[in-house]
Structures are given as C-alpha cells and as structure tokens.
Design a protein around this ligand. Structure first.
Ligand code: IPD
Ligand code: CA
Ligand code: CA
Length: 252
C-alpha cells in the first residue's frame, strides 16, 4: 500500500523540481502571508487523479479546495506543497505530505522532500523509514537537543504565545530551528536529528502523515493539552521523543 503512495508522490515531486518563476505563479492570496501558486494546485490535482486509480474507494481531503471533514471511511489527507513560502522564494525546503486514514486513524503516511530526495514513510504497526532504512527518534533530552518550531504565520493571534514559549525552549535547549515546512520538521524529530517540534493551529494536512511517521519512530504526538490529535480540525501540536516531550510539557 505504502509503496504505491511513494511511487505516486515521487512522480508528483517532479512537478515541484521543474517549477520556474514560482513567485509570479501565485493564483490566490489570503491575508498578508498565505499564498497559493499554480504548482500547489497542479501537484494536488496530479495526486488526486493518480491515487484514485489505485485507491478507487478513498475520499480526498487536500489543502487546495473545498473539503468535507465529515467523511469517516478511507480518506487521503494531502498537502501538495508544505512550505509554499519557501517554494515561492526557491528556498528549496518544501515537502509533499500524503496520509491515508480510516476515520481518525492514519494507516499510511508519506512525506517527500524532493530537493533532498528524502522519502519518509510509515505504515501502521510496521515502523518508520527514510529512503527504506528504519528510523527512530533520538533519546536526547531537550536540554541537550535541538528544538523546531512553526510561527503559526497565518494566525497573528498566536504570535505572542508562540514567541513567549520559544524563549523558554531556547533557554533550555542547545538551539532552535525554523525550516518553513511543518511536515519536514516532524520528520526531523522522527529520524532523531532534532528532539521537539511545536506549532499552534496546524491543519490536518500539515501533520497527518507526519503523525504516523513520528509515532512509528517511537515519538510522542499530542496537542498542547496532552490529548490525541484530531484530523478534522486545526490543532496546537507537539512532536517529540519521550524524554524531550516531558521537558517540553513542563515548559508549556
Ligand atoms: C505551512 C508550513 C509552515 C507552518 C505553517 C503551515 P503551507 O504550510 O508548514 O512551516 O509554519 O503553519 O501552514 O501553507 O506552506 O502548506
Ligand atoms: Ca502546510
Ligand atoms: Ca500547502
């Protein structure tokens, strides 16, 4: 199952790699920071079309377009380009994120960074992989580790809380990083390069695939109240190894 998704996502990555004049390809704009390019739409359309051939019974939820979150059967939750601002400026850190879910349960997840040719994947109960090699979270505590965060850029009402918490995390940790792709950040925790990722107000398509990958790699995933993530609404999220999770929740 996951191999079929990987194959399709790799093909879709070619659309991202062959893009040019990204900044002039903006097709919509919501507020000051949130953009959509023709490539976001093209990647999503390609994925919907190709995946529906292999999974004809599945419904589709994707960032670009109207979505029905009331479906409870087999459904894909897709972010065609996670890191659109990076993509527009050719910063070369953006991912395709594809999750296959049954109700609120992610059963397969793939995150692909076409710039680094890294494919992170997981199938429920079968572990997490980077380009076919098994991955695990680190056991570093946050106090000896790196923390990743998102700025919740489309929700200015979250800015004060995000940066107040960031200050505490910075003081405790070795340092902080901001990649501009939540899906990639989650995978950085899953493969043990970093210890914690946190951000307020993330959408289901930002985190669905990463949630399974992080859990299968031995990570802990929750909202800021320590509860399971809900894939029908936005969530304030933390992804971490078990040691770092405890320290982060105390700061929070
Ligand atoms: C965004 C990225 C970013 C995060 C935002 C997301 P998009 O997704 O993941 O890192 O800070 O909250 O919305 O809009 O580029 O798909
Ligand atoms: Ca996203
Ligand atoms: Ca996106």
């Amino acid at each position: 199952m996951v191999n079929k998704i990987i194959e399709t996502v790799k093909e879709a990555g070619k659309i991202i790699l062959s893009a040019h004049n990204q900044e002039s390809s903006i097709t919509a704009k919501e507020g000051k920071k949130n953009f959509v390019t023709k490539y976001d739409v093209a990647v999503q359309e390609f994925l919907f079309k190709e995946l529906s051939k292999s999974f004809p019974e599945a419904e589709f939820i994707g960032e670009e377009g109207e979505n029905d979150f009331s479906t409870s059967g087999l459904r894909f939750i897709i972010d065609p380009i996670d890191g659109t601002t990076n993509f527009m400026q050719d910063y070369r850190c953006s991912c395709i994120s594809v999750a296959l879910c049954e109700a609120n349960d992610v059963i397969a997840g793939v995150v692909y960074n076409p710039y680094t040719n890294e494919i992170f994947s997981a199938e429920k109960g079968k572990g997490a992989y980077l380009n076919g090699d098994k991955i695990n979270v680190s056991d570093r505590p946050l106090s000896d580790g790196l923390a990743l965060f998102g700025t919740s850029p489309y929700h200015p009402e979250n800015t004060d809380e995000t940066f107040a918490l960031l200050r505490k995390v910075f003081d405790l940790s070795r340092d902080i990083r901001r990649s501009g792709s939540a899906a990639y950040d989650i995978c950085m925790v899953a493969c043990g390069r970093c210890e914690v990722f946190f951000e307020k107000g993330l959408q289901p398509w930002d985190i669905a695939a990463g949630t399974l990958i992080a859990k299968e790699a031995g990570g802990i995933v929750s909202n800021y109240d320590g509860e399971e993530i809900n894939f029908s609404t936005p969530n304030d999220v933390v992804f971490a190894n078990p040691n770092a999770y405890k320290e982060f929740m105390i700061l929070l």
